[in-house]
Design a binder for this molecule. Structure first.
Ligand code: NAD
Length: 473
């Protein structure tokens, strides 16, 4: 199998080259390096019809057999992890070792979800009747995925949806469709036809899917603005929706934090994947007692970063994934310059080809400026000095976002007390981005609704069905 050419969609177990194609850009060069299929509405109809047929069969496949299929998916992905990771680097931009970890993480997620079961709750059991609630699948689940973690995000959704008896229509971002298409191709002989259809296309494809009456549930990960459009569109046929959206996560460093111990972790909480993570630290509140020490340590970390193509083994940070996002971050840098905000390091885009922006750290900007209030989704971090923890918690919770956050301290009790007051879906203490198939995560307020992962995430791919058995009198 070729991993650098011949990209096709997977519809009903078959390769579909697409009515037309879209160029895919390597963000390290800014040049088109491959063509991906651009689905027509007719091709989407084929995929939907295939999914609806497959659902009738797949939902009846014994649970243990569906678990086994997830293990086979994991094995197939693992066998081809190197080739998939190289392709992911070319389209997404991240360093190879991160891409490889992303691919292997997807396989691990399948293996772990395969160990889960769906509960049956007995509600009443007496001389007259027995009532129980069990979980039943919904139908065709549309999995809509962004460009920052194309494979991780897809595999937050696929194993849970398939295990619970749904079929999946997977749509990658038009910016990063290729690795996803190849995974679809790899799984054609692992899953029955129609159980996993993979369709790629332009900006028109997402709305076609969310409007389609045959879709039972939408699991969407992307920006808050798009999430709102998805909900509007889903309302026509009351599709179920899970939304994982944007964030403006805060890290709060308490005065007793051990700066030399935590500085590097805090640094990478903001700059992993060039800051293109929904759950990246996007505001760093640091107590005045340790502010200067942490600022110096973060600048030292920044100086060690090797910014470059993800294909270069020396690179530790890649480019911004696409031109539109690059321009958004450049506009933010222009705003920082225009306001004369103090830059500790960085502040200007690179003048090499590709969408490169160096690590940029801003020294104590005003609270109401865009570098603090907006989701940069790039390697730009505001450090904010505080002395009053209550005021900080109010500022953190005043954001329309409530995705995640972190607290850093040598005192676990003090840290937990702060964590419990942060109004977000996840708070990490002295760590960051601990995600696991066992742990549900999701956003509060405009960071989303519903959760992915864990038993709660699995249940979101099901409907509750209560059965009441009358007993013979
Ligand atoms: P986006 O909202 O532009 O696109 C996400 C996906 O939705 C893409 O596949 C896109 O093609 C599709 N889409 C676009 N318009 C659509 C429409 N009207 N109807 C249906 N689908 C549509 O987001 P992006 O720029 O790809 O990703 C960056 C954003 O995603 C950031 O805000 C980031 O915080 C967020 N994100 C959130 C999480 C999370 O788990 N909460 C994870 C990763 C990224």
């Amino acid at each position: 199998m070729q991993f650098d050419s011949d990209f096709s969609m997977t519809i009903d177990g078959q390769a579909v080259p697409g009515a037309s194609t879209l160029g895919v850009i390597n963000p390290a060069t800014g040049a088109v390096f491959a063509q991906s299929p651009r689905a027509s509405q007719d091709e989407l109809e084929l995929a939907m019809a295939s999914g609806e047929r497959a659902f009738k069969l797949w939902r009846a496949v014994p649970f243990a057999e569906r678990q086994q299929k997830l293990v086979l998916i994991a094995e197939r992905i693992t066998e081809h992890a190197e080739a998939l990771a190289r392709l992911l680097v070319s389209e997404q931009g991240k360093p190879y070792r991160d891409a490889h970890a992303e691919v292997l993480g997807a396989a691990w997620w399948c293996t772990e979800v395969a160990k889960m079961t769906l509960p049956v709750h007995v509600l009443e059991d007496n001389a007259t009747l027995r009532s129980e609630t069990r979980r039943v699948p919904m139908g065709v689940v549309a999995a809509i995925v962004p460009w920052n973690y194309p494979i991780s995000v897809a595999f937050l959704k696929i194993p849970a949806a398939l295990l619970s008896g749904n079929v999946v229509l997977l749509k990658p971002s038009p910016f990063t469709p290729l690795t996803t298409l190849k995974i679809g191709e790899l799984l054609r002989d692992v899953l029955p036809a129609g159980v996993l259809n993979v369709v790629s296309g332009g900006d028109e494809l997402g709305p076609w899917i969310t409007e389609h009456p045959g879709v039972a549930k939408i699991s969407f990960t992307g920006s808050t603005a798009t999430g709102k459009r998805v909900v509007q569109s889903a309302s026509a046929s009351l599709k179920r929706v899970t939304l994982e959206l944007g964030g403006n996560d805060a890290a709060i460093v308490l005065p007793d934090a051990d700066i030399p111990k935590i500085a590097e972790q805090i640094f990478w909480s903001a700059f992993t994947n060039a800051g293109q993570i929904c759950m990246a630290t996007k505001r760093l509140y640091v107590h005045a007692a340790v502010y200067d020490a942490l600022a110096a340590a973060l600048v030292a970390c920044a100086k060690k970063v090797k910014l470059g193509s993800g294909a270069d083994p020396q690179s530790t940070m890649g480019p911004i994934q696409n031109q539109a996002q690059y321009q958004r971050v450049v506009r933010l840098l222009d705003d920082i310059a225009h306001r004369d905000q103090k830059v500790l390091i960085g502040g200007k885009q690179s003048d090499t080809p590709g969408y490169f922006i160096p690590v940029t750290i801003i020294d104590n900007p005003a609270d109401d400026t865009p570098v603090v209030t907006d989701e940069a989704f790039g390697p730009v971090l505001p450090m904010l000095k505080y002395t009053d923890i209550d005021a900080v918690i109010d500022k953190v919770n005043a954001s329309p976002y409530g995705l995640a956050g972190s607290v850093w301290s040598s005192d676990p009790v003090a840290a937990a007390a702060v964590a419990e007051r942060i109004a977000s879906g996840t708070v990490w203490i002295n760590t960051w981005l601990h995600l696991s198939p066992l742990v549900p995560f999701g956003g509060h307020r405009q960071s989303g609704c519903g959760v992915e992962s864990g038993l709660e995430g699995l249940l979101e791919y099901t409907n509750a069905q209560t059965i009441v058995h009358m007993k013979a009198s």
